[in-house]
Design a protein around this ligand. Structure first.
Ligand SMILES: C[S@@+](CC[C@H](N)C(=O)[O-])C[C@H]1O[C@@H](n2cnc3c(N)ncnc32)[C@H](O)[C@@H]1O
Length: 356
């Protein structure tokens, strides 16, 4: 059956948000490569039909290992989200940061396999970094290799993800006279999926911490919840953080969608920055899920979101299980490309690529 599907190589695959979206769009994921052991464990657990490789993509020897592991397949598509810390507006913004050079791994593999198409995902700040020099350089290198490249900043909420997460995405098509058009949004601010619509069915954990695996106690209430739950009968990764009583007390004073500005004078002053004591807003999508800072709280309960709640806000289905300790799980979720956004772009790419 996989013979009819287009074969994908995923670089910097992390736990596999991008891979999962492409799998849902109908692709066959051949191999995921990353150098983070716990992310790869999660990747392997959830992508049973794919191979995985724990290797450093800045080491040229890695490409020979990738050759060996993919020898039985023609690689049709290469996808990847090179780490963005160096490019990030919150990072050091160093052009020479070795992490910025990791996009060269994308260039090297595209050069070797000449896939029908490629996709690179990165933070939006990269579009304007050094007056657009970095972005233009990427486009120039792939154009020289025969690809027609388009790039756009896309917002995950536009594709049914209950989260405002903007990402710069490049898509290149080999020997194409057409430029890739990004998919039309399926949602607009009037009908964005909200936090409550996304996670409102999950147990409160108010008087318990929960367990790594437990049984569902209630049924999904919304279309989005039904979609995420699918046929999954076990609730994974829904474990609360054991906050100190004073943290719970302070957060209990913040209303739905509020933040430190809503606290009485003298309360919560241990955390003083613009995001301090923020609660998600129940009737809006969440802000960008990060890799695990403990400053954002559930819209209703006096605790941080669990890994499962964050995974729902990233549109991971409930049967996608996160492995590793809680810090690692949160990092995997926060690093991922939202699954439904990846699926929407993957489906759109299919329209431009010949059927096998
Ligand atoms: C933004 S995350 C990718 C998320 C992934 N695309 C997803 O959707 O789940 C970047 C990944 O690059 C990996 N990484 C960083 N440096 C690397 C290197 N030198 N070689 C291989 N992987 C690396 C990190 O471990 C991390 O998982």
């Amino acid at each position: 059956m996989n013979d009819k599907k287009l074969n994908v190589l995923d670089l910097f695959c992390g736990c596999g948000g991008l891979s999962k979206g492409f799998e849902q769009a109908g692709y066959n994921i051949v191999l995921g490569v990353d150098n983070n052991v716990s992310a790869l464990k999660t990747y392997v657990y959830n992508h049973k039909g794919s191979k995985s490789l724990n290797a450093d993509l800045s080491n040229p020897d890695t490409f020979d290992i990738i050759d060996d592991l993919t020898v039985d397949h023609k690689i049709d598509i290469i996808i990847g989200g090179p780490p963005c810390q160096g490019f990030s507006l919150t990072g050091p913004r160093q052009f020479d940061d070795p992490r910025n050079k990791l996009y060269l791994a994308m260039i090297e593999t595209v050069r070797r396999y000449r896939p029908k198409a490629f996709l690179i995902e990165n933070v939006p700040g990269m579009a304007t970094l050094y007056n657009g020099e970095v972005k233009n350089e990427i486009i120039r290198r792939f154009t020289e290799m025969g690809y027609n490249v388009n790039s756009q900043i896309v917002c995950s909420a536009d594709y049914g993800v209950p989260q405002i997460r903007k990402r710069l995405v490049f898509v290149g098509l080999l020997k194409s006279c057409e430029k890739f058009e990004f998919p039309e949004p399926t949602h607009s601010p009037q009908n964005y999926v909200s936090c409550e619509q996304a996670i409102g069915d999950l147990p409160s954990l108010e008087n318990e911490l929960g367990e790594e695996t437990s049984n569902y106690s209630i049924s999904p209430l919304t279309e989005y919840q039904k979609k995420m739950k699918g046929n999954c009968s076990v609730l994974h990764n829904h474990v609360a953080i054991d906050h100190k009583p004073f943290v719970k007390e302070v957060i209990s004073m913040v209303p739905d969608g509020g933040n430190y500005k809503d606290l009485p004078p003298g309360i919560g002053e241990s955390r003083k920055f613009h995001m301090a004591w923020t609660r998600y807003c129940s009737n809006k999508p969440s802000r960008t899920i990060d890799t695990g800072h403990r400053n954002i709280f559930h819209y209703k309960y006096n605790r941080c979101p669990t890994v499962r709640e964050s995974a729902r806000l990233q549109s991971f289905p409930d049967d996608f299980v996160f492995l590793g300790n809680k810090t690692e799980q949160n990092r995997q979720v926060g690093n991922a490309v939202p699954v439904l956004m990846a699926e929407a772009i993957g489906k759109q790419m299919l329209k431009y690529i010949d059927e096998k």
